[in-house]
Design a protein around this ligand. Structure first.
Ligand code: ADP
Ligand code: MG
Length: 623
């Protein structure tokens, strides 16, 4: 075939492939146009999930009759005129291709009447043929109808999902724009049924709650932080408590200057903020609204404009992460035991945990001898590991009777313990401070000001190891243990190659490794803490290399460290079902108060569940 310039019709259809993926993308483009036109009321009507009809009616500026044909011409826009304009975009649109694309793959009709005029006009486009403009009755504003989407692209039409699925996408699309435009009212109807009705409001928080669902209000933590030094960055929104994390990535909604975006840097920062609070397979519920000087960001990197490029990428990443971290830290994150909150929380400690642990840990002793913040004070010597009856917990019976006594007495408000004999004065003091019973081979039941707390000792230990590693890392490089015989790992060529790139990271962790041929690596030193817990350091280094390759370049040393320390604490923590002494258990319980984020293990599973006093009273019919 000779080279030739493609006919406009075909060019539009090709462009449509990028911009118009499904009815939801049509809705997005049309609603964004309405907002650009200054609309205060937007009505979206769909039929057949939007595949049969999308109609958007607004009360915006309208388009003069003479300009209507231009609106559907490619690269025709009223929003930018010079390349200077491109460097600071204030509107949703600027590419001038949405209407042209949509009209090229549907039966398209547009009726408009400019504000202040009483003469409306309409045009129609069918299979590329433009009809009009001709006079038509219209109210100020614009109505756009898109019928039989992809009528001339059967391959695309076939790929559409069920009506219900497409309707869900459309709803999401409208919600997502509505979130950032609280002063505009939105209504969505599907086959005549009203799906959304969002009243205008001056309070952004109110709109967010309208969209996310008012019933979630108690679960949402509001935040707002300003960073004037970063292009006037404002980071605000709502961060959901870990309990309302969702299995789908769409639970995170991000807006930048009123535009919904799916930017990887920002998404990563949000996930980082929840690291350790939410299971990696779930997504925290977050509405994040960013405002930033438009000069500081390029939105023209993606046809759907969902990806953007920040000038100060890593500063934005850390501002977002910190803002969310702060509000999470300020909140009390122990989930409450209510039938609803309890759903989805694993109750069986043994089953889901097994694969999380590295091999070779079974023999690793855990106790005061390990040194570090774990060392119980010497006064606990009498009840050290395995030497007392506290150790083995086969039956579901309480084993620490003095603690039980303390629990009982403090529960009725008497602070002092009067055991019939036995425990030392110090032990009694400790029992009063940390009353507990150990049940079901690894659950500790204790109390705090708000009610009864059930702790998964294993998950809490994982969290404590994490804190320990982080604390050591803050002071410098991790202490390193030189191996008498290096561990030789067979790895891919790519992993051998990336070794040099992650050298500084390895040094921080106390790991020395070097290429040992084109496809193998010699690990010569490993972190002492891992070594002393008999963890499989070779497997750890292997995992690390795999991640480094997967991430291409790790975003920052800091965020990579978090991820890696997760892996290490996993490998180093005590196994489920390992027996702990009374002193160790008290150390562990004390940890709850001193360790940051002790309410969940580094993988986001809860370490403890609280049954509120009020819940107990209600269940026992006392209130
Ligand atoms: P862009 O939004 O990138 O400019 P579009 O193809 O989406 O490109 O729209 C082309 C032009 O049509 C816009 O620049 C605008 O002038 C006009 N337009 C589209 N929709 C509306 C509307 N709802 N109200 C007023 N003008 C509109
Ligand atoms: Mg547009």
């Amino acid at each position: 075939m000779p080279i030739r310039v493609l006919p406009t019709e075909l060019v539009n259809q090709i462009a449509a492939g990028e911009v118009v993926e499904r009815p939801a993308s049509v809705v997005k483009e049309l609603v964004e146009n309405s907002i650009d036109a200054g609309a205060r009321r937007i009505l979206v009507e769909i039929e057949g999930g939007g595949a049969d009809l999308v109609r958007v009616t607004d009360d915006g500026s309208g388009i003069p009759a003479a300009e209507l044909p231009l609106a559907v011409a490619p690269h025709a826009t009223s929003k930018v005129a010079t390349s200077e304009d491109l460097s600071a975009i204030h509107t949703f649109g600027f590419r001038g291709e949405a209407l042209a694309s949509i009209a090229s793959v549907s039966r398209f009709r547009m009726v408009s009447c400019p504000r202040g005029s009483d003469a409306g006009a309409e045009i129609e486009v069918e299979a590329g043929a433009l009809k009009g403009p001709r006079p038509a009755p219209a109210r100020p504003g614009t109505v756009i109808e898109v019928r039989t989407l992809f009528c001339n692209v059967p391959a695309r039409r076939k790929f559409l999902k069920s009506d219900a699925a497409e309707t869900a996408r459309v709803t999401e699309s409208v919600e997502s724009i509505a979130l950032a435009h609280p002063h505009v009212s939105f209504e969505l109807r599907s086959n005549g049924r009203k799906l959304l009705d969002l009243a205008p409001t001056d309070e952004p928080a109110k709109r967010t709650l309208d969209v996310l669902g008012k019933e979630l209000e108690p679960e949402l933590l509001e935040f707002e932080e300003r960073y004037p030094e970063l292009g006037g960055l404002v980071v605000r929104g709502f961060a959901g408590r870990p309990a309302i994390a969702r299995p789908t990535a769409r639970a995170i909604r991000i807006h930048l200057n009123g535009r919904p975006i799916a930017d990887r840097t920002v998404l990563h920062a949000v996930r980082e903020a929840y690291r350790g609070l939410v299971d990696p397979a779930r997504t925290p519920t977050v509405a994040l609204i960013l405002e930033l000087d438009p000069h500081e960001v390029d939105v023209n990197v993606h046809p759907q404009k969902s990806e953007v490029r920040f000038r100060a990428q890593s500063a934005i990443h850390s501002a977002v992460r910190k803002s969310i971290e702060r509000v999470l830290r300020a909140a009390n994150l122990v989930p409450h035991f209510t039938p609803d909150a309890f759903r989805g929380v694993p109750t069986d400690s043994a089953a889901p945990r097994a694969p999380l642990f590295g091999s070779g840990m079974a023999s690793a002793g855990f106790g005061p001898a390990q040194g570090s913040s774990w060392s119980g004070s010497s006064s606990h010597g009498s009840s050290s590991h395995g030497s007392s009856s506290h150790g083995s917990t086969r039956a579901g019976l309480p084993h620490d009777f003095s603690a039980l006594a303390a629990l009982a007495s403090s529960a009725i408000g008497a602070p002092s313990v009067e055991p019939s004999g036995g425990p030392s004065v110090e032990d009694q003091a400790l029992c009063a401070e940390f009353p507990y019973i150990q049940l079901l081979n690894g659950f500790l039941v204790t109390e705090d000001a708000d009610g009864i707390v059930i702790v998964d000792q294993h998950a809490l230990h994982e969290r404590a190891m994490f804190a320990l590693f982080m604390e050591r890392l803050e002071r410098g490089n991790l202490e390193s243990q030189r191996l008498l015989v290096p561990i030789i790992l067979e790895r891919s060529a790519r992993e051998v190659e990336i070794l040099a790139d992650i050298e500084p990271l390895l040094a921080r962790l106390g790991i020395a490794a070097r290429p040992f041929g084109p496809r193998s690596i010699a690990v010569e030193s490993v972190p002492t803490l891992l070594h002393s817990r008999n963890a499989d350091a070779g497997a750890f280094v292997g995992d690390l290399l795999e991640r480094a390759v997967e991430h291409g370049s790790l975003l920052s040393l800091e965020s990579a460290l978090h991820e890696i320390v997760d892996m290490m604490s996993c490998k180093a923590a005590v196994k489920a079902g390992d027996a702990l002494s009374a002193a160790e258990i008290r150390d562990l319980l004390r940890m709850r108060e001193t360790v940051e984020r002790s309410t969940s293990c580094p993988h986001g599973r809860p370490t403890s569940i609280r049954i509120a006093r009020s819940e107990l009273e209600r269940r026992f019919g006392r209130s």
